[in-house]
Write a protein that binds this ligand. Structure first.
Ligand code: MTE
Ligand code: MO
Length: 383
């Protein structure tokens, strides 16, 4: 593979793998703003970044089980109503490094920053699919189409040099409320090469793996996408399954991400002075489920206190409130006096009362995905 034409990247990023480029921002940079600046947004790739230099000729084909297959140029997509959706993208591998500590897992290592919150601008997939004759809120087409497959123009070794691909159910693709986008902007700027220029899919509330970058084609199909990343990766297995007894076909492709939170104002081990410290971080849940609560403990999880939560400004966040961004993370903050060495812990609860699991061992899985165990950091107090 040719990695000689990669785009420039911010030097603050921590590189977890160079070719393909996988990198995340430092914890403190991640929570310095509600909307993650593009430079600080994690980058997760499976091959070289494709180059699209003739934007006039770039088009997306829409075919498969549709009445009027079409090729859409950027101007056709820009003609549709534009939506700006604040949505958090999280890699299923976020916090994978910590899952390897008890028992080794396979995959690129990540700290807690394989997540970011951006305002994605683009057309709704539901509007795009209307152009090929599929009405809103369709779950099966007359010809039996039930899934929408997205194929990229990149090349990855897991697909034997073929493109990255994924699919979502047609019911989600045609539901305007699901806010699935074909995005050409990120935080008000033209999408950059790392994040999918000129056009990518954004599937809010779902693991990042389904938000296909550098979109080449869309097809309406009967079966879920049979690609590597849907069938042989990004599936959650129980701790009893290892590489010698795995049967991929027994599990569903992971879609929604579970409730998650992490402390970002402190490293795994931080030296501090006795006195007040700020414990802050992010919390998010999948499927549009808001965050009901974030609990913080300063005694290793024996007693808990509730952190304050906010999105855009200092206005307290209330899940489900019309002024809140339903697909976006919330930041939390809690100030506490710490006089002795201790362990600080965070766990979030979503509006369906789902809670993060206590121990990583209980959710250990061979691919190291969805580590949502209580996030723990150690503080060492120097006098
Ligand atoms: N799309 C393509 N074409 N190729 C990829 O490697 N990686 C996926 C997804 N879409 C990927 C892709 C994964 S696993 C994640 S987590 C997100 O893109 C990361 O998006 P980002 O790099 O914009 O943060
Ligand atoms: Mo990912």
């Amino acid at each position: 593979s040719d990695y000689s034409q990669e785009p420039p990247r911010h030097p603050c990023l921590k590189i977890n793998s160079k070719d393909p480029f996988n990198a995340e921002p430092p914890r403190s940079a991640l929570i310095s703003s509600y909307v993650t600046p593009v430079d600080f947004f994690y980058k997760r790739n499976h091959g070289p970044i494709p180059i699209v230099d003739d934007i006039e000729r770039y088009c997306v084909s829409i075919s498969g089980l549709v009445e009027n297959p079409k090729e859409l140029f950027m101007k056709d997509i820009r003609m549709l109503p534009k939506y700006d959706v604040a949505a958090t993208l999280q890699c299923a591998g976020n916090r994978r490094t910590a899952m390897s500590e008890t028992r080794k897992v396979k995959g690129v290592g990540w700290d807690v920053s394989a997540i970011g919150n951006a305002v994605w601008g683009g057309a709704k997939l539901a509007d795009v699919l209307e152009l090929v004759g599929i009405s809103k809120l369709t779950s099966t087409t007359q010809s039996g189409g039930k899934h929408v497959e997205f194929v990229s123009i990149d090349k990855c070794k897991e697909e034997n040099g073929g493109p990255y691909k994924a699919s979502i159910p047609l019911s989600q693709a045609t539901n305007p409320e699901a806010d699935v986008l074909l995005a050409y902007e990120m935080n008000g700027e033209t999408l950059n090469r790392d994040h999918g220029y000129p056009l990518r899919v954004i599937v809010p509330g779902v693991i990042g793996a389904r938000s296909v970058k550098w979109l080449d084609s869309i097809s309406v199909v009967t079966e879920e996408c049979q690609g590597f990343f849907m069938q042989k990766d990004y599936k959650m297995f129980p701790p009893s399954v290892d590489w010698d007894n795995i049967n991929w076909s027994t599990r569903r492709a992971q879609m929604d991400f579970p409730v998650q939170s992490a402390i970002c104002s402190l490293e795994d081990v931080s030296a501090i002075k006795p006195g007040k410290i700020k414990v802050s971080g992010y919390a998010a849940s999948g499927g549009g489920r808001g965050i009901e609560r974030v609990d913080v403990s300063v005694d290793g999880g024996q007693t808990w206190m509730e952190a304050s939560r906010y999105q855009r400004t200092g206005i307290p966040y209330i899940a489900g409130d019309i002024s809140s961004d339903k697909w976006a993370w919330v930041l939390f903050e809690f100030t506490v006096d710490v006089m002795h060495n201790t362990e600080i812990v965070a766990k979030a609860v979503d509006i369906a009362a789902n809670v993060q699991p206590e121990k990583v061992q209980d959710i250990w899985n061979l691919r190291g995905i969805l580590n949502t165990s209580w996030h723990r950091v150690q503080v060492r107090v120097g006098h």
